[in-house]
Design a protein around this ligand. Structure first.
Ligand code: FE2
Length: 307
């Protein structure tokens, strides 16, 4: 259960993963590799905004202009050759084996103040588990702020739901259909998001909640099964963050991970992960065991695509 937040823990990666699969959180202070990654992201953001302070830019431009800056910035960050190198250094410095750890590409997120932009490129995440979106139960999420931020622009964890199932729409979610139909069009969704996503289908008690606030380059590390949400940003500033996901191959093989109490999504996001050491994908025969629930329709439209 989510009863503990470990700060700068020195656990081995193996012990840390066990703790994460039991619902605990880890927070790490900034260190050379995370500072380098966040500095790199910040330089890309600031170049894109061309002299405007990215955290205040929303006050001096129409939302369409903000989107026109951020929409290309996200894939530019994801696909820049430096990004994956810097990311590899982060997982290595945090004690993960580069041969056993597979990483997904890091995403760049922006959450604007108020109701300026709440969908598409600035999607504000409702309470969800990533496992409702076809993430494997062994997936771990890494989250890093790029600028200082406040509780009022953070991410929230809803601890009571670690072991309390929620009625939700994940059974209607297929990862391959999502890739084919949804993400490709994210840049078009400016004021209203029409993508079908798995939501809670019952009232949730979101309080009390846990918000972790750390300096730029700090890391919040948590299980993909953790119920989390984006706090509606009332901090006056746009928040920029990086997040990425990892899986450990031994856990993929053993089907170890957090307990699945309410996720019924089909398809799997495992094909998105690449071995940190050399970018080789997870062998297909391993993925197939995670794909067993996949509908034929889903398998046919499988099409790897990132953000
Ligand atoms: Fe999430």
């Amino acid at each position: 259960m989510l009863d503990t937040v470990f700060f700068d823990s020195r656990f081995s990666d193996t012990v840390r993963r066990e703790q994460l699969y039991n619902g605990r959180l880890f927070v790490f202070s900034a260190r050379p590799s995370t500072i380098a990654l966040c500095d790199f992201a910040r330089s890309m953001i600031e170049a894109a905004f061309d002299g405007k302070d990215p955290r205040n830019a929303q006050y001096s431009m129409p939302v369409e202009e903000f989107v026109s800056i951020c929409a290309p910035l996200k894939p530019a960050f994801i696909h820049h050759p430096m990004t994956m190198k810097l990311l590899r250094n982060v997982v290595e410095e945090l004690g993960c084996s580069l041969n056993d750890t597979y990483v997904d590409v890091p995403r760049l997120r922006m959450v604007t103040h108020g109701g300026y932009l709440t969908s598409g490129v600035g999607y504000a995440h409702h309470p969800h588990r990533d496992t409702w979106y076809s993430a494997p139960m062994c997936q771990l999420n890494w989250w890093l702020p790029i600028y200082p931020f406040d509780s009022e622009s953070s991410m929230a964890f809803h601890a009571r739901y670690w072991n309390q199932p929620i009625r939700n729409g994940s059974a209607g979610f297929n990862y391959y259909r999502w890739n084919a139909e949804g993400r490709r069009h994210a840049a078009k969704h400016i004021k209203q998001d029409t993508r079908v996503q798995p939501h809670a289908e019952e009232g949730l008690e979101l309080e009390p909640q846990i918000r972790v606030v750390c300096p730029p380059g700090g890391i919040v590390l948590f299980s993909a099964a953790q119920l989390h949400s984006t706090v509606p940003n009332t901090s006056e500033l746009t928040r920029y963050s990086i997040d990425f996901r990892t899986v450990n191959i031994d856990d993929v093989v053993a089907m170890r991970g957090a307990p699945n109490i309410d996720s019924a999504a089909t398809g799997t996001s495992l094909r998105d992960f690449r071995r940190a050491a050399d970018s080789v994908g997870i062998p297909d025969d391993l993925i197939l065991s995670y794909d067993s629930q996949c509908t034929e329709e889903g398998a046919l439209v499988f099409q790897p695509e990132s953000d």
